[in-house]
Design a protein around this ligand. Sequence first.
Ligand SMILES: [Zn+2]
Length: 384
Amino acid sequence: MAADFPVASDVRLGGDATQTRFVLDISKKLDTAAFTLADPYRVVIDMPQVDFRLPAKAGDNGRGLIKAFRYGLVMQGGSRIVIDTKGPVKIEKVFSLDPAEGQPARLVVDLAATDRESFLRAIALEPRKPAAAPPQQAVPRTTPGDTRPVVVIDPGHGGIDLGTKASSGETEKTIVFEFATLLRDKIERSGKYRVAMTRNDDSFVPLAERTRFARAMKAALMISVHADYLPRNEGEAHGATVYTLSDHASDSEAARLAEAENKADVIAGVDLTKEPADVADILFDLAQRETRAFSVQFAKMLVGELKSAARLHKQPLKSAGFMVLRAPDVPSVLVELGFVSTKDDLKQMLSPAWREKTADSLLRAVDAYFMPRMVGAGGPKGAN
Ligand SMILES: [Zn+2]
């Protein structure tokens, strides 16, 4: 399937804390665009879609100015490498070399240490690049007069952003995408709703883009799907948890999780300075209060239904400041299916039987939530 994409087969780092070279072996020369981002310090290299076949754990350890790096798809047709640097750096050179003398083609990035002031000045002088093409999001088939409510399902992470990772290698982005796809099919098959997903493949979608999509779809409900991770030394945690938005986290674990989930854009090298500031926040306030009440109502129904299918976290209903739940007019919840760091949870999340049961209970919660609304509206088209 990826037959036509250039293959990246190996990577090497060289140099020291004043000058560091990053070398990627590729099957052919690439056109690249590199830029830097502050807070935290990063170097972002955009390129056409590449099939990364690097050794496992490539990127986990740095050298010289490079702390670590990651790589992957940001959109269909476009790949990216994000390098975390130990301090402010200058991109001295980025170039591709043709294959020569038995060596494959190479992408070379030379970095040099600099001070913060020069770093920030360099960012200010960088030519503004056109915004990336909007991600491919399948819009549900709408026929005029179709008044069925729209449910948006939001599989977390994707592409370069793996989310959490089990010690056995399974990634959150894949687990939640497979679960979300199953859930979408179930909700769609019920005939009562139109369903859309914020991503339909292994691409990265920025957090703001996800809420923007739900609003543009005039969604009546948004369900964001994730899987959590707790380091071993912080004790054992297990079970599903349902989160809603709040200004103050319900407890320190919720605060930790929201902080981790909100890092997705930083991980993927999104230039947040180009995000328009949230306009007319105050106007949203009233709508937001109502939206939050509906979100909590659905979250409670969901916990009630999940009880019969999945093991729940000891504290299954929580709230914190999740970016992705901020659509002011779309009731939204975030479901953590379980902990990839907990053996039993991971086993369940990978099990088709558990996924079926859990998706069924989500559908029942969706039905329970919409029932009074549909009765009031004279019933949905296509129901019965
Ligand atoms: Zn997540």
